[in-house]
Design a protein around this ligand. Structure first.
Ligand SMILES: *[C@@H]1O[C@H](CO)[C@@H](O)[C@H](O)[C@H]1NC(C)=O
Ligand SMILES: *[C@@H]1O[C@H](CO)[C@@H](O)[C@H](O)[C@H]1NC(C)=O
Length: 503
């Protein structure tokens, strides 16, 4: 545009007074610039981000919208704009990609994936015949908070709604780390995510046109596809660090007290005020002698003020039994509870996350009935205190199960789930025009200083080994597992009623 100043006026203008011409040109340039600035400003102030800028909470699960400091709104908006548009380099070196592809051609020494990975086939079974079409994706969009499109190892996000706290950011971070761990190996894919708690695709209601929606949990009666939740990469709002660090410290903490010296009681600490009838019921079992249980209230606001000293998970492994109670839906606490090496008393859960389906009653946890809650807890505690070695072994196997669920395995689960899902797509994924590319740098640029610390600690590097090998689909096997699980739980119920004092 600067050229206009230096060029002589065109011949037709020569007849007009010469001083007017530069004035008109400057004026129009000025207005154009002002208009452009206004437009840019407008775009910037409306940029949606993974931190929640310019997004409403999900209408199906409302929560207080995030408040961004009004005074600093403009500078935040410019930062958000800068983070969103300006920081993604091209991704991986081709040498890295070649190295990774070589994995796929060397099937030697490849570990089998854990058995529960077979649920991946079960979760995707509704689309094996119909495959996944753009219609499925368009339908799923109505219940999604964001869409993730991966093309050529680059990740694009289309944001529809905000997610509570930092869930969206940590979930996308996990995906970015997966791309980094297995460069050149993650296939192109188009996935719809909801980040709120409860599954929505009821198998009865959506039976005629099931559509694929990823979230953190599901139930037997839902089509929702479970995906590892954000807390494996950290949950800054509750001071939970990345899973590898938390597990290591909890396991260490669990050794502070030998099994026999642990309190012969069942312990629960959490937030009962999350619209969870079972947690309300649990409060009634708070009697050490009568029910063998100690139920403690977690106050996150107080905890945050006192530096989370009281909520340290590694200090909460001093009881022989630990209770798991679902919250509003599944709870991320399950993995920490199992890590203690105490006998985990799981109150008959409605929800399943991606790994909890690998748990086996009486092998690595003890099932508790929700209908007869306090007596069920008491019965489990009495059984364990009378069968110390068996109880100890159940606790250890629970801890071993969580130890085997290392971050490497979690990335493998994501890898296989995404790979199997991508095989079902009957179209070539491409990012919608409204989507923005996200990379580690652009995401870190958006994170507040505390979130950033958590994220940086869960950064991955390219893996020296290939992902574990996924077993083929076997629907009968999964049906057998479900039946066996039911049988064992019934046995425990029967045992409980037989041991009840007569009269
Ligand atoms: C699914 O929908 C049916 C019919 O509306 C209802 O009876 C059933 O309780 C729902 N199931 C779940 C798990 O919400
Ligand atoms: C449960 O009982 C203990 C000891 O009596 C008490 O300190 C604790 O506050 C009680 N828990 C709740 C949730 O009321």
């Amino acid at each position: 545009m600067g050229l206009h100043f230096r060029n002589p006026p065109p011949p037709s203008a020569r007849s007009r007074p010469t001083y007017l011409f530069p004035f008109v040109v400057s004026l129009s340039i000025f207005s154009l610039a002002a208009l452009l600035l206004y437009k840019v400003d407008d775009v910037i102030l409306r940029t949606k981000t993974l931190a929640g800028h310019n997004l409403d909470p999900t209408p199906w699960h409302v929560f207080p919208p995030k408040v961004f400091d009004e005074e600093a709104r403009r500078s935040i908006a410019y930062k958000a704009f800068q983070c969103s548009y300006l920081t993604c380099p091209s991704t991986f070196s081709s040498a890295e990609q070649r190295q990774q592809r070589a994995f796929l051609q060397s099937p030697n020494h490849v570990q089998q994936c854990p058995e529960f990975f077979r649920w991946i086939h079960h979760d995707l079974e509704p689309w094996t015949k119909t495959r996944i079409t753009t219609t499925h994706i368009a339908e799923a969009k109505n219940l999604a908070a964001f869409r993730v499109v991966i093309v050529g190892g680059r990740l694009f996000v289309d944001l529809y709604y905000d997610c509570v706290q930092s869930r969206a950011m940590f979930t996308i971070w996990g995906l970015l780390q997966l791309l980094r761990k297995y460069p050149g190996m993650v296939p192109d894919v188009d996935m719809m995510f909801d980040c709120m708690d409860r599954p929505t695709l009821n198998r009865t209601e959506y039976g005629s046109l099931p559509f694929p929606l990823f979230r953190y949990c599901t139930t037997r009666d839902h089509f929702d596809i479970p995906f590892p939740d954000w807390s494996f990469w950290g949950w800054p709002e509750t001071n939970l660090r990345p899973w590898s660090e938390e597990f290591r410290d909890i396991k260490q903490g669990s050794r502070a007290q030998s099994w026999l010296k642990k309190w012969p009681r069942a312990y629960w600490k959490g937030n009962p005020d999350v619209v969870s009838p079972i947690r309300q019921e649990l409060l009634k079992c708070n009697h050490s002698r009568l029910w063998g249980a100690q139920i403690m209230r977690q106050n996150w606001i107080e905890e945050a003020k006192s530096g989370y000293e009281q909520s340290k998970l590694s200090n909460q492994c001093n009881h022989r039994y630990k209770i798991y109670a679902e919250g509003y839906a599944w709870s991320v606490s399950l993995k920490y509870i199992l890590s203690c090496g105490s006998v985990t008393l799981i109150i008959s859960p409605k929800y399943e996350d991606f790994f909890s389906r690998g748990l086996i009653p009486k092998k690595n946890y003890w099932p508790i009935s929700s209908t007869d809650l306090c007596p069920s807890i008491k019965s489990a505690v009495d059984w364990g205190n009378a069968n110390l070695l068996e109880a100890k072994a159940i606790g250890e196997r629970g801890q071993d199960f969580m130890e085997s669920l290392s971050m490497d395995r979690i990335y493998d689960y994501m890898f296989h789930l995404i790979t199997e899902y991508s095989k079902l797509l009957d179209f070539k994924p491409s990012p919608p025009s409204t989507a923005l590319e996200v990379c580690s740098d652009s995401l870190l640029c958006l994170a507040d200083p505390i979130a950033k610390q958590f994220l940086e600690r869960s950064t991955t590097i390219p893996s020296p080994t290939p992902p574990c090998k996924l077993q083929p689909a076997d629907g009968n096997l999964i049906r057998n597992w479900m039946q066996q699980k039911k049988n064992v739980i019934n046995d425990v119920e029967t045992m409980k009623s037989q041991n009840r004092p007569a009269g």
